[in-house]
Ligand binder design. Sequence first.
Ligand code: UD1
Ligand code: UDP
Length: 368
Amino acid sequence: MKKILCVVGTRPEAIKMAPVILALKNEPWVDVRVLATAQHRHMLDQVMNFFGIDPDIDLNIMRPNQDLTTLTARLMLELDDVFLSEKPDAVLAQGDTTTVMTVALACFYHRIPFGHVEAGLRTWDMQNPFPEEMNRVIAGRLAQWHFAPTESSRQNLLREGIEDKDIVVTGNTVIDALLMTAVKDLHLDIELDDSSRLILVTSHRRENFGEPFRNICRALKTLADNNPDIQILYPVHPNPNVKDVAYEMLGTTTNIILCEPLDYAPFIAAMKKAYFIISDSGGVQEEAPALGKPVLVLRDETERPEAVDCGVVKLVGPNYERILLEAQILLDDEEAYKSMARGVSPYGDGKGSERIATVLRDYFKSKL
Ligand code: UD1
Ligand code: UDP
């Protein structure tokens, strides 16, 4: 029996690793252990509960308004203990968070093979997104297996000198999670006015903290004031740099509904209900096209160019004028709306986790 340690830290990692964990748990040759760093607490637990995955180890790392240095240092120390006691044959982690970067580094120190899920996403700009671009470059440098979601992420890895034999294009497992969830009876427990068109908003990027995020809030307020016939639903990220400003600037606008982060299934229900979405989230950029929902992305660059190239996602930056202009076009111009509301899924076909399990099975079978 081989032991594979699957690590999750934040909400999106849990969503994208859940299908991988469940696929590996179906494999007779592997003892799957799940480590939650709990870089996120409540938002991680929401997802793990939904997928029925109970972590074997929980580091309970999160502290209020944590800074990157302390988070990194605490994770490294805790991971060291876990790797010494668990002695896994391989470790898997997904994406570009501090959890993933520290896991990759701890694997290197302990000489344990590391598999990077969602490998090869790049903007080639270390400041955008910050610190994620550096996190995934480090994770990529240290990985033995690169599970790239798309051909263009494979090309990025080749450009960095990663060998072709170590890269597998799997599709993004976010689509596996979405397809597993979309078939369920989804219910959004928030009272909405059915005669209003719904705009769903999320925002949390560190590089937008401060003035850029205030611009975003100003634009949302003007959009709501100019269009009394719309409702904006905004589940607010609990990071105090976001939450405090969002409630201060948008809390009293009647057609803006602020709420706590939604559980994953109700959030999918909200995406399905939405006319369009305004977001700086990575995962939302991947899910929304598959649901046929246009997204205005609150960033100037994206490591997910595929949906932009398909014409179903548009970059508007944290820019007051551009957010207002593009949102108003989607509200007023039916042809422009329709051209962005085509259901396409450039990020995956729902079989990513199966492909990852196959690669690992073949690798470990060849070692027996
Ligand atoms: C983190 C990731 C980011 C990812 C995002 C997904 C890093 C540096 N950032 O950003 O890449 O896109 O998660 O959402 O890895 N908090 C709570 N409860 C929670 C979660 C967070 O209260 O369940 C608050 C805490 O005050 C915490 C703060 O949010 O200290 C920041 O959490 P952190 O994980 O450091 O950064 P995020 O902005 O969530
Ligand atoms: N999501 C959720 N509840 C919410 C907002 C988002 O479950 O209130 C899900 C969403 O479906 C997506 C993921 O969270 O799969 C994205 O996470 P986030 O935006 O926090 O991080 P990112 O993807 O930008 O790293």
